[in-house]
Design a protein around this ligand. Structure first.
Ligand code: CA
Length: 221
């Protein structure tokens, strides 16, 4: 899952990036409204965390512009504490959720994970598909009710993306876009290597290869 944080407080932005990366998200940061709006328009983010008080263009204007253009990425807005009018304005502009500053990172994480699942149409509980249960806090997977298996950071990102998109053909380029940051430059062969490692852990037949197209995670059953 790839996430954009639009926040001009550099210290807070860096802290969010560290914590969200540890939770298995690829995180890009934009420090003002103009850059944030642009990034959100050209990159395929799964979720955006948008501060409302931003230099150059306000978070509300950024959000309104995205929604006016039909851009439906889930957006969590960061508001000043107790500023109820900001929450109302945020929802009117098309926000999916909000969080008042200051916040605990655990709450941010829980809200971001809920938004990701809601957007994928997956019931917000533990992530389970294709006989696999993914433990997002510990980044490990149980296969058919067996003992949990540890995943590397990349395997975890990859498997979560597969499980949120069962039955869809996912190209290597699309997988790379959703599991790596903007400045990363992954080789598509690298994706193949990680997919093969993942198959050893969860069973070969759970991820099918479509020659020339990509992979399909076999969900259900
Ligand atoms: Ca701010």
């Amino acid at each position: 899952m790839r996430l954009l944080v639009v926040e001009d407080d550099a210290v807070l932005a860096r802290r969010m990036r560290e914590d969200l990366s540890r939770a298995g998200f690829a995180v890009d940061i934009a420090g003002d409204g103009v850059e944030g709006q642009y990034r959100g328009e050209v990159e395929p983010y799964d979720v955006v965390v948008l501060d409302l008080g931003l230099p150059r263009r306000s978070g509300l204007d950024v959000l309104r512009a995205w929604r006016a253009a039909g851009h439906r990425v889930p957006v969590l807005v960061l508001t000043a504490r107790d500023a109820w009018h900001e929450k109302v304005e945020g929802f009117k502009a098309g926000a999916d959720d909000y969080l008042g500053k200051p916040f605990h990172i655990e709450e941010l994480l829980a809200r971001v994970q809920a938004l990701v699942r809601r957007a994928s149409g997956v019931v917000p509980a533990a992530l389970a598909a294709g006989g696999l249960a993914l433990d997002e806090d510990r980044q490990r997977v149980s296969v058919a009710g067996g003992e949990p298996v540890e995943l590397t950071a990349t395997e975890f990102r990859l498997l979560r993306y597969f499980m949120l998109n069962p039955g869809k053909v996912l190209s290597k380029a699309r997988l790379a876009e959703h599991i790596y940051e903007y400045d990363a430059d992954p080789d598509s062969n690298v994706i193949e290597v990680h997919v093969n490692h993942l198959r050893r852990k969860i069973g070969r037949d759970r991820i099918e290869t479509r020659r020339g197209q990509g992979y399909v995670f076999v969900g259900g059953g």
